[in-house]
Every structure is written in structure tokens, then in C-alpha cells.
Design a protein around this ligand. Sequence first.
Ligand SMILES: *Cc1c(COP(=O)(O)O)cnc(C)c1O
Length: 354
Amino acid sequence: MNYLSQLCRSIQPYQAGEQPQDKKYVKLNTNENPYPPCKGVTQFLQDFESERLKLYPDPENKALCDKIAEMHGLKRENVFVGNGSDEVLAMCFPTFFDRDGNGVAYCDITYSFYKVWAKMFEIPSVVIPLMSDFKFDVSAFKQAKCQGMIICNPNAPTGAIVNRLDLIAIIEANPEKLIIIDEAYADFCNCSMANYVNKYPNILIVRTFSKSYSLAGARCGYAVGNEVLINGLKTIKNSFNSYTVNALTEGIAVKALEDKKYFSSCVDKIIATREDVSDKLRELGFEVLPSSSNFLFVRHSYKRASELYFQLKENGVLVRHFTASRIDDFLRITIGSPEEMKVLIQKLKLILKA
Ligand SMILES: *Cc1c(COP(=O)(O)O)cnc(C)c1O
């Protein structure tokens, strides 16, 4: 069978967080939202006529694009939707970067999918290290020699943020480069740059329904940007799959955007829990990096992260541990409900006492 594997391209894929099916965990490993989607989503699913599934969805997802445009004060032509923001980001690579160009710049410690897409589409990577305190190196990005860049803001897995003035300085220093801002967690710090799209034609803002809208299972993400960039993405998408966002997902996402009050209440609760848990973790001897997202990046004063990860798992609590250098003594802990975080703290106390 060896020849069959030789028929397949070998590449090191992105490793998503575990989605265990064996037992019920307190699941704090993939930054999902602990709260259910809004009532309008439930109602939509109840009312959905399965007959509609006979037909293909609207290939342009106009209803959803209009809703997103309205939220950001933009036009339908400024919006591109996809099957999760991972898909939107993946499509950015063949759309905007050349194999023989100056490459795509991103941080050494950031969303590790960027590296995979660069490899897959054979685009050179320009890796810019975070500074020693895990802060973003603004001047390195201002001067980077590259075709374009991806900035994850707030960053994953550190939770750190680049402030607006620094971002603007980077954008203005690079008027002819594409600057992609991955805002998967921006709702947790109110730091979106989406309303700068008309001012800066070279920025593309990528966002998702998976985290702040509690819709990871629906798979929906989007980009907003100048119409020319959006048309570039559409060309690549239509060369790959005409129907990336299915009819159910489109309807669900529209409903999620309609309930702003519920959305804000969930985000506010998560932020409050984040601050409370940060204090409790510090009392247990953890260094907790300041977080602007729905997760914490923490390191214990003496207990190794890999051990903590396994012991928490044995105790029914799942968190994320990365083995990459510089961060292998950290754990990334998603902010769940107050009840879930209480279990986390209880189990940690138990483990640290033993
Ligand atoms: C979760 C996440 C995504 C992907 O979100 P989906 O919309 O679920 O594909 C993209 N970027 C970052 C930094 C993320 O954490």
C-alpha cells in the first residue's frame, strides 16, 4: 500500500484542539462559548422547512452579507463569507500572496494555522518573533520586508492586544502591502478595525461567529474590506466551491446578528468571569498574561504545564497545552461559565496540594 501514500502530498497539518467523544469534560480547550446561541437561532431551526434543502443555497449569501454589511456600516460589496473564518483565511493565501513574492509576515507565537497555509500554498513565511514579554513587535512589523502580513488581534494563544494607534502606524507605514487582521477574539475587547475599511483600502478584517456568537458548530466566518480585495477572494472561492455557506448556517448567522442584546450579555459575562478567574489563578501561583480575549494564557510557578494538562484531563477538565518552544510551559484556558471555572479552580487546588 506504500505506493498509495506516495500518491498523496505530505504536509504537516494544523492540529485542532481535541473534541473528545469518550466522556463529558469541562471543556476549556478550544475557546468555544459556554452560552447557547440566541433564541432566534433556536426558533429559526424549529421553523426551517427541510424542503429547502432540496435546493442549493444562494451562492452569494446575499442575506447574510447584507446583515454583516449593515452591522459594520459597509456595503454588501465589502463582505465575503465562508465556512468558518479558517476557510476565509485559507483563501486569502492563494488570493493575495505569490510563491515568488516577498512572503507573508506573522508572529512566531500566533495562530499556528498561518504557517500551515503558507506551506500548503508554497508562500514564503516571514516570521517575526514576539518580544521577550510576549508583546507584539510594532516596529518590526512597520519595517517588515514582505508582500503582506497577518496580525491576530487579540493574539492567540497569548490573549495580548496591539493597540489601535500601533496598528494604524503599521498600516500607514505599509500602504502598498495587504494587512490581514484576524479578529477571532476582537468582540471580547471591543477592538475591531472593521470601521477603518473605508479609510484604509489595504486592510482586510477577518471575523468569526464561532467564539463570541456561540456558533462554532455552524461554521461561519467572514472578511470585510475594500471591494477589490473582496472580489479577489470571490474569484478564488468560485474556483474552489460555489457554495461554502449552506442554507442552514446562513439563516442561523443572520439570526445571531439580530439579537445584539443577548450577544452583549454573553460577552460581558465572559469578560467578568475572565477577570475573576485571573485573580483566583494568581492566588494559586500562576502567572496570568493580561488577556483581551475569551481565554487565559497561564504558567505556574513550579508545576510543569504538561503535567498539569494531563492531571486536569484525568480530573475531567480539558485545557490546551502547546508543545512549541517559548510557550511549552504555558496552558491556554478557555473562559467557560462560572460553574465550569469553579470546577477548574477546585481541581487545580486538589492537584497542586498533592
Ligand atoms: C478560532 C479561530 C479561528 C477560526 O475560527 P472558525 O471561524 O471557527 O474557523 C481563526 N483564527 C483564530 C485566531 C482563531 O482562534
